[in-house]
Design a protein around this ligand. Structure first.
Ligand SMILES: Cc1cc2nc3c(=O)[nH]c(=O)nc-3n(C[C@H](O)[C@H](O)[C@H](O)COP(=O)(O)OP(=O)(O)OC[C@H]3O[C@@H](n4cnc5c(N)ncnc54)[C@H](O)[C@@H]3O)c2cc1C
Ligand code: FES
Ligand code: FES
Length: 493
């Protein structure tokens, strides 16, 4: 059984196919305010808000800070993921007694932010979650908050104006007023769960289970070799919604405490495999400011609310964004399985197209990233057809050790250039020992062309990929010389 709050009401669900998405469940239950546009996490029409007890204890005087509001793409969130949280949809926003619109809805009306209205519930729920964080009128903040929401007919100007009105007014709402009650209800759900069996759903021979320890997760996977682990489901759910696949047993890792570590010591940052990117990215960015833009362009806020590094690594996608970064930073992947834990250098993790060293029954438990060393410089570049919410055509990471203007060591890695995320070894060799001058740059560019034989696909042609990889190298060398960053962010085939 799973238990969650739907609005203010406590709901228990048991006998439902675990492959059901939150969106399908809502609409089948008659809550049809949440719309389906793409069913693949791309358009934002299905955005809902999930509310959680904040992970870090905060000042008890600030009631609303105890709760964490996250925008989520209901079309690719599995129903089981709701266990223990509050789900709010557009139907919950207007005042149930007076019928008054919520301040976010009022701002959208006042600014004429809606025409056909299909995208509107999604925009409203994204703005609603953002309003319960730290909204500002800064255009970049507003664009980031709305980045996963597409509108085909209104145009974004009035919607952005509505968001800015909300950020200016910083209104409190009935959810703030009820924060203490909601927090108590969520704590009660957590207590009930602690006294009860692990959360589960079962229907028609299929099941979803949410182990509460790493040992339990590994045991389930050992007992059922055909079972599939799932974290944020931002990749896995596409198999359900786009390929019509159904999973027999899903083992949800998002409630395994050992996979939620987030530790920083002198030498390394340890990021648990199930930590959502919205939490992990700011910690990495504190140490590596260059990664800020990469993670801001990693999907959208709703995607990053659920996507994890564990999931990103395990897909071994050649166009995933974290693998080339972790290759350049010389990370270590901590793997857990029936025989205990082992540490795998990231260089050895990807073995073939969409294949990793993970043996059956093994999981990614964490990623260890060395903290920055003196003299090292990092340049990070993602090139995609669309600036926001798009998968990379080419992703280039350049990690250079510098002594004066001489490159003494280099780790250069790319996504989008080969069947796996990969180091550019010939390029690295050409850089090491060279000065940060045009001669070294040209030698490294020539070597880089020998490193990869990229493919033509819908994201970019092989020729484009080769050319842009060299341009990103040039950008990195120029940045290392102290020149302003060259802006090259969108791709054309
Ligand atoms: C609209 C959209 C935009 C996206 N944009 C980007 C982007 O910009 N950059 C990018 O890199 N990716 C992007 N993605 C892909 C996806 O969001 C990422 O790969 C994400 O990090 C996957 O994490 P997850 O927790 O959701 O994985 P899940 O979907 O839960 O799992 C993915 C796979 O990994 C396995 N798995 C999950 N966790 C573990 C674990 N700990 N150990 C072993 N196996 C595990 C699952 O069985 C599954 O096969 C996007 C996806 C969507 C839908
Ligand atoms: S329906 Fe498009 S993101 Fe969910
Ligand atoms: S109002 Fe029609 S898609 Fe946005």
């Amino acid at each position: 059984m799973i238990r969650f709050l739907l609005g203010d009401e406590r709901v228990e669900v048991d006998d439902v196919d675990p492959n059901t998405t939150v969106l399908d469940w809502l609409r089948a239950s008659g809550r049809v305010g949440t719309k389906e546009g793409c069913a693949s996490g791309d358009c934002g029409a299905c955005t809902v808000t999930t509310v959680h007890l904040a992970e870090a204890p905060v000042d008890s005087a600030a009631d609303t800070a105890d709760l964490d509001y996250r925008p989520v793409n209901a079309c690719i969130a599995l129903l089981g993921s709701l266990d223990g949280c509050q789900l709010l949809t557009v139907e919950d926003l207007a005042d149930p007694v007076t019928g008054d619109l919520h301040p976010v809805q009022r701002a959208m009306v006042d600014r004429h932010g809606s025409q056909c209205g299909f995208c509107t519930p999604g925009f409203v729920m994204s703005m609603f979650a953002w309003m319960h964080g730290e909204p500002t009128t800064d255009r970049h903040d507003v664009d980031t908050a709305l980045s996963g929401n597409l509108c085909r007919c209104t145009g974004y100007r009035p919607i952005i104006a509505a968001a800015r009105d909300v950020a200016t007014a910083r209104p409190t709402d009935r959810f703030d007023a009820a924060a203490t009650t909601t927090a108590a209800s969520l704590a009660d759900l957590a207590e009930t769960r602690a006294d009860d069996a692990a959360a589960s759903l079962a229907h028609g021979g299929r099941r979803w289970t949410a182990p509460r320890s790493l040992h339990e997760a590994i045991t389930v996977l050992a007992e059922e070799p055909a079972a599939t682990p799932v974290s944020g489901a931002t990749d896995l759910a596409l198999a359900i919604t786009q390929d019509d696949r159904r999973f027999g047993t899903l083992v949800d890792l998002s409630r395994v405490p050992e996979l939620h570590v987030l530790e920083v010591d002198e030498d390394r940052i340890v990021v648990g495999a199930a930590v959502p990117l919205v939490t992990a990215a700011p910690v990495l960015a504190t140490h590596w400011p260059a990664v800020t833009e990469l993670f801001e362009r990693y999907g959208s806020v709703p995607i990053r609310s659920r996507a994890t590094l564990g999931g990103n690594l395990s897909t071994a996608s050649p166009i995933g964004d974290s693998p080339p970064l972790l290759l350049a930073l010389d990370a270590t992947v901590v793997v857990a399985g029936p025989d205990g834990r082992r540490r795998v250098a990231i260089d050895d993790f990807f073995v073939d197209y969409r294949r990793t060293v993970l043996a059956p029954g093994e999981l990614v438990a964490a990623v260890e990233v060395p903290t920055p060393s003196d003299g090292w410089f990092l340049s990070v570049s993602k090139v995609s057809k669309r600036l926001d919410d798009d998968i990379s055509a080419v992703c280039g990471m350049f990690h250079l050790a510098l002594s004066d203007d001489v490159i003494t060591d280099a780790r250069v890695a790319f996504g989008g250039m080969a069947a796996t995320p990969a180091r550019a070894r010939a390029c690295e060799q050409a850089l090491v020992g060279g000065r940060l001058d045009d001669a070294t740059l040209e030698a490294a560019r020539t070597a880089l062309a020998d490193d990869f034989s990229p493919i033509d696909d819908m994201r970019a042609s092989a020729a484009y990929r080769t050319r842009v990889a060299g341009n990103l190298l040039e950008r990195a060398v120029r940045e290392a010389r102290g020149e302003d960053r060259l802006r090259v962010t969108t791709a054309a085939t």
